[in-house]
Design a protein around this ligand. Structure first.
Ligand SMILES: [Fe+2]
Length: 202
């Protein structure tokens, strides 16, 4: 936003295509936490609903603490050892020079500990996942996709039906979120977003 640079305007009518030319609304590709390509990703994302389509455009949230604790102990132990390497998403408008400015790709634990609650949680953004340390990119993406498919279900998700004027805070360290792409993007779904810097995940 021109006079308030900390506020981002997310408008479904102005979405950039990815490298394959696909236009997908912000946040609608996968379940994810925000900005894992940063060393200190945002602890909170605040969304303010400005303009909504007549139908659809909900946002869902999934509890990554219960997703983790309900896995068998053996699987938790093996997930605890994994680290992700994180990059900028493949939007076509982001040049190689802009990517290079980010330098070394940040590494984060796949399972991190929430700094305030002390609870462990799955922490990942599949679209920003370059690879899991020690595995190839394709294998890593398949692995994370299968893991999220397995652990996310109706029992640990909340689906928010927006009303204009809603202000919603999301604790990115505890939940993953996903926007639903079940509306006509040309109609315009407009959110204002602020992200609040967090700590380095551990
Ligand atoms: Fe997001």
């Amino acid at each position: 936003m021109q006079d308030h640079l900390e506020i981002a305007i997310l408008d479904s009518r102005k979405m950039p295509p990815d490298k394959q030319g696909c236009i997908i609304p912000f946040g609608a590709r996968d379940w994810h936490t925000d900005h894992t390509n940063h060393e200190r990703p945002p602890k909170y994302t605040a969304l303010y609903a400005v303009k909504l389509p007549p139908e659809g455009g909900d946002t869902s949230f999934a509890n990554m603490h219960t997703a983790y604790t309900e896995l068998p102990a053996e699987e938790r132990t093996s997930l605890d050892k994994l680290e992700t390497v994180n990059k900028i998403e493949d939007f076509a408008y982001i040049s190689e020079e802009a990517r290079a400015k980010f330098g070394t790709l940040p590494r984060h634990p796949l399972i991190h500990t929430h700094p305030e609650t002390g609870k462990k949680a799955i922490y990942v953004h599949p679209g920003k996942l370059e690879r899991i340390v020690g595995r190839g990119p394709d294998e890593s993406r398949e692995f994370v996709g299968a893991l999220l498919n397995c652990v996310i279900g109706e029992a640990n998700t909340y689906r928010h039906k927006w009303r204009a004027g809603d202000l919603l805070f999301c604790d990115n360290r505890a939940v993953l979120h996903r926007a639903h792409r079940d509306y006509d993007m040309a109609e315009g779904r407009v959110m204002h977003r602020i992200i609040v810097q967090g700590d380095r995940p551990v």
